[in-house]
Design a protein around this ligand. Structure first.
Ligand SMILES: [Fe+2]
Ligand SMILES: [Fe+2]
Length: 195
């Protein structure tokens, strides 16, 4: 079991790792927002970019409290997650598939962050850094909310695909009702994104 001194060192190392991870995400998220064709997804990426910038600021405050310089250390985990996501996005044949892949890639990133911040929060608590633990908890909650929001958007996709399948089966009877019941954002995407 790690003693307190080595746990304090571990905490600092992992904080630097996450600072770099967040920095990588501030560069990746605008690209995802640009490529997204579903308006809800575009909004989600843009909102999370703003949160990610805040996550960096929070970490800067944590560094300050611990008397550390504001400096990251390359996060290989995030680098590889982003690289894998980019490869998959490049292989997408159409807009809907690309959106689905971007949601999947973004959720992998969120889960990585949730694991990392959960650990950091626990270590900070064990070491008696209560204020730091509470800042890390705030970030952790935002990562979880983002993950849930992405799940909701992915579910909307599946429902829409099902509605489209029904339309194809019974075009005359279903078209009007199905379109009217669809949410505006999804209908927009349907018109602009699928041709
Ligand atoms: Fe974050
Ligand atoms: Fe995140």
């Amino acid at each position: 079991m790690a003693n307190m001194e080595s746990l304090e060192e571990l905490l600092q190392e992992e904080l630097k790792d996450m600072y770099d991870a967040e920095k990588q995400l501030t560069k990746a998220l605008p690209k995802l927002a640009k490529k997204a064709t579903t308006p809800d997804l575009q909004d989600a990426f843009e909102e999370h970019l703003r949160q990610t910038e805040q996550h960096m600021e929070r970490l800067e405050q944590v560094f300050d409290q611990l008397g550390m310089p504001v400096k990251g250390k390359t996060c290989k985990g995030m680098k590889n997650l982003i690289a894998e996501g980019n490869d998959m996005i490049a292989d997408a044949d159409d807009d809907a598939t690309r959106d689905a892949i971007m949601i999947a890639a973004a959720q992998k990133v969120e889960h990585y962050e949730i694991a990392a911040y959960g650990t950091l929060r626990t270590w900070a608590n064990v070491l008696g850094h209560r204020e730091i633990a509470s800042m890390l908890e705030d970030t952790l909650e935002e990562e979880k909310e983002t993950d849930q929001k992405l799940t909701g958007i992915a579910e909307g996709f599946v429902n829409q695909a099902a509605a489209e399948d029904e339309e194809e089966e019974e075009p005359r009877k279903r078209t009007v009702g199905a379109r009217a019941s669809r949410r505006p954002a999804a209908a927009d995407r349907n018109r602009t994104g699928r041709r």
